[in-house]
Ligand binder design. Structure first.
Ligand code: NAD
Length: 275
């Protein structure tokens, strides 16, 4: 194993301590591994499932409304039900006999002032975005340990780091899943399991498109105004994130390059949390 300095094109040396001559193609280590992705029929989950499949992984694509023509092997499950999470993990193991990467992504939003926030919506959001990742981790843990380099990646949110008004359940669930990820990282370390929370700002998906449409209707303004004046207001760079940008980070974290990322919440938020 040769430790050395990698020379860039100018011969200036770009890094020390890199394993020279042993670099594999970025996706090589993902090939033949198995990933379970929740909320895989739409938005970020769909993009992540497609990206991991393109890297040569077998993908189990879990959703309440699965898309048989989407990436991966579609599995139907309502993940607000704890038992359904256990069964989704069992389905992946039955089908492929191993599980190396779990992407806990499924999520929904409900916007209301706290005094009007329906208890049932609070419970639904917490069940889907906090309890589901916990149950997925609990049941996938032996397989992730057996993998030797298991990865548990939660698609949290910038709302796992900062709050916005009227999103009590979403913000609480996302802060909770960041705490879960830190705990999983500490427990998983001796077994080679890494746990990471990805924290995007606003991503161009149906979840955000519905928010834009709702606000345009309720304030009687054009959707473009809602996008610029409301949605993009906290982004320093006035752009939505694209689902495939999140998927690229997921593939990075799932692979060898993500080796040192564990117990962290990784923001990708166009400068939102720089404020
Ligand atoms: P999306 O609405 O495009 O996709 C969500 C998917 O989850 C859908 O396919 C839906 O059918 C599935 N789903 C919903 N309820 C489910 C249930 N009970 N059981 C199983 N599947 C269920 O949303 P998205 O924007 O891709 O969001 C994915 C994740 O990313 C969520 O956790 C969300 O909080 C997070 N996120 C999104 C944004 C954004 O701006 N879009 C930003 C930060 C974080």
């Amino acid at each position: 194993m040769a430790l050395g300095r990698v020379q860039d094109e100018d011969g200036l040396g770009v890094a020390t301590g890199v394993l020279t001559g042993e670099r594999s193609a970025p996706d090589a280590e993902l090939r033949g591994r198995v990933a379970l992705v929740t909320g895989a029929a739409s938005g970020i989950g769909r993009a992540a499932a497609a990206r991991l499949q393109a890297a040569g992984m077998e993908v189990v694509a879990v959703d309440i409304e699965p898309d048989e023509s989407g990436p991966g092997t579609a599995v139907r499950a309502d993940l607000t039900d704890a038992q359904a999470n256990a069964e989704a993990v069992a389905a992946a193991l039955d089908r492929f006999g191993r599980l190396d990467v779990v992407i806990a992504n499924a999520g929904v939003q409900h916007v209301a002032p706290v005094e009007d926030f329906p208890l049932a919506e609070w419970q639904r959001l917490l069940a889907l975005m906090l309890t589901s990742p916990f149950v997925l981790a609990k049941h996938s843990w032996p397989a992730l340990r057996a993998s030797g380099s298991g990865r548990f990646i939660a698609i949290a949110s910038v709302h796992g780091l900062v709050a916005s008004p009227y999103k009590a359940a979403y913000v609480a669930a996302k802060h909770g899943v960041v705490g879960l990820i830190k705990t999983l990282a500490l427990e998983g370390a001796p077994d080679g399991i890494r746990a990471v929370a990805v924290c995007p700002g606003y991503v161009r998906t149906p979840l955000v498109e519905h928010q834009i449409a709702d606000q345009a209707r309720s304030h009687d303004v054009a959707p473009e105004r809602v996008l610029e004046d409301v949605i993009l207001a906290p982004h320093a760079v006035k752009q939505l994130i694209e689902p495939d940008e999140v998927a690229e980070l997921v593939a990075f974290l799932a692979g060898r390059a993500g080796n040192a990322f564990t117990g962290v919440a990784v923001p990708m938020d166009h400068g939102w949390t720089a404020r």
